[in-house]
Ligand binder design. Structure first.
Ligand code: CP
Length: 345
């Protein structure tokens, strides 16, 4: 079950792993899921501890990691600002903390076997890239693996569940299947970029025919776009961007529509709230309806959740026969077990 090239590695973005390594993690996740269904014990991380630091709220991520560690024979320890000495953020240690990241990371690494962190949004002053930078600072100081539970750039654990779900629904080999990551309307403009950016990286890594759809003004990080193009080419897939939701949905095997915020040019997020709101409100038609689903190749409907019903998607679609949102959420457990067994086992 263990993999010597993966043991001890941080899991911060899929971009730092080869296709073979990601396949090993995903296959381990599928294998552990079969064991879970058969109720076969698999206490591979017996006695190990995962320290989880949540700066943001969570239903799926927190509970899937806690459950995963229990089923693997270990323990997940929940930490949040206010309940521990908050590590320094924003470069202003007096404002937020009584301890430096270097001290927090080294202390937790002496006691446990991995450190997992979720951080974006107000805790990073909405400065794009700051959350990822903080997680990398933890990784620099920690002698045990550091896991990204979602920052402002990537959500690599969500990708494990997403790809596992697509493999279950469409077959193990996803090469050439049409994957649509689409922007969708929401009443809130404070929507991270992590899921759409991670999703296009993951789908391109699997050699899918990736279409990114969004209204003008909602461009993703150019570095992520370039990486996705390169990955699609390397793995026999394709990558394109369109500004029309209907055009994107035509012939799709998978649609994954969700809101993300406007990428501001000055690096500060979100952009001017009034301008962002106006851009969102001008694109209320970007909602997934049954009529839009009819344009697809009987596509599965995916969402990382929580979803903004009646804004991003109608109840008819999200609760309909093509929706796989619950399987997707459930696979957070199995994908993360696969990943932790590979890097901690
Ligand atoms: N998809 C996801 O990360 O859900 P939570 O925010 O509930 O963890």
């Amino acid at each position: 079950m263990s993999n010597t090239t993966l043991r001890g590695r941080d899991f911060i973005t899929w971009l730092e792993f080869s296709r073979d390594e990601l396949d090993a993690i995903l296959d381990t996740g599928h294998d552990l899921k079969r064991k879970f269904i058969r109720r076969e014990p698999h206490k591979i991380l017996d006695g190990q501890t995962l320290h989880m630091m949540f700066y943001n709220t969570s239903l799926r991520t927190r509970n899937s990691f806690e459950t995963a560690m229990t089923q693997l024979g270990g323990h997940a320890h929940f930490l949040q600002p206010g309940a521990v000495y908050t590590p320094a953020l924003k470069g202003d240690e007096k404002a937020y903390s009584t301890e430096r990241i270097s001290d927090v990371a080294r202390v937790l690494a002496e006691m446990g076997d991995a450190i997992a962190i979720r951080i974006y949004g107000k805790y990073t002053d909405w400065k794009y890239g700051k959350g990822n930078q903080i997680i990398r600072e933890f990784a620099h100081w920690s002698k045990v693996p550091v896991i990204n539970m979602e920052d402002d750039m990537y959500h690599p654990c969500q990708d494990l569940a997403d790809v596992m779900t697509m493999q279950e629904k469409l077959g193990h080999n996803l090469q050439g299947r049409k994957f649509v990551m689409s922007w969708a309307y929401s009443g809130s403009v404070e929507k991270p970029l992590a899921v759409p950016q991670s999703c296009i990286i993951a789908a391109a890594t699997m050699g899918m025919d990736v279409t990114l759809a969004h209204p003008k003004g909602f461009d993703l990080d150019p570095k992520v776009l370039q990486a996705s193009k390169d990955l699609a080419k390397r793995h026999g897939g394709a990558f394109k961007i369109v500004n029309d939701m209907d055009q994107a949905f035509k012939g799709a095997d998978v649609v994954y529509p969700k809101a993300w915020t406007v990428q501001p040019t000055d690096g500060k997020m979100p952009m001017d709230p009034e301008k962002a709101k106006a851009l969102f409100e001008a694109n209320k038609s970007w909602i997934t309806t049954q009529d839009k689903m009819k344009l697809t190749n009987d596509a599965i409907y995916m969402h990382c959740l929580p979803a903004d019903r009646d804004m991003e998607v109608t109840d008819e679609v999200i609760d309909g026969p093509n929706s796989v949102i619950i399987e997707q959420a459930a696979n957070r457990l199995h994908g993360q077990k696969g990943m932790m067994v590979c890097i901690m086992g």
